[in-house]
Design a binder for this molecule. Sequence first.
Ligand code: HEC
Length: 153
Amino acid sequence: MSRSIKNIFFGFVIIFLIVQMIQPVRNIDYGQVPSSDISKVYQVPGNVQSILRTSCYDCHSNGTNYPVYAYIQPLSFFLENHIKEGKKELNFSEWGLYSQRKQTHKLEAIENQIKQRKMPLSSYLYLHHDAKLSDDKIKEVVDWIESIHTEDK
Ligand code: HEC
């Protein structure tokens, strides 16, 4: 390797290492289920709760289960951004703070998103195979959402 290529290489290594020091405040709830969690607002059957926790809670709750790569920049940055944007749209931990109208609207949005396979985000599924929703799982969530709608009427 010529000297200048070596210098450029080490320059990148040093920048990479320095950037690692920039770490965001983590979205962690230490296993606490707040009283505003969706599971405290409705009867959420165990299978549905487990699907939501595995496939959605990382971006749509106050408790992300961080994978190892989440501590490496710039991945950490992208992840934290997804969590921020995801929570703004929908936060299962704060469901009880939503108005009735917003809850109804969000339930419809969840049904639409998963039926169209827009959620979980495909970039996330790439690293989280267990979060992928099978047809059966989609049906289980959709059936549950529809059972809530009929309760309302
Ligand atoms: C990797 C992070 C991530 C995961 C996992 C994830 N989402 Fe999202 N979700 C987002 C982001 C970011 C947005 C906002 C931007 C967008 O719509 O793409 C969003 C938007 C949404 C919206 C739109 C809200 C609205 O009112 O239009 C719904 C509904 C939703 N997600 C449901 C789900 C459900 C249900 C799951 C689990 C099956 C899930 N998401 C999993 C990141 C995620």
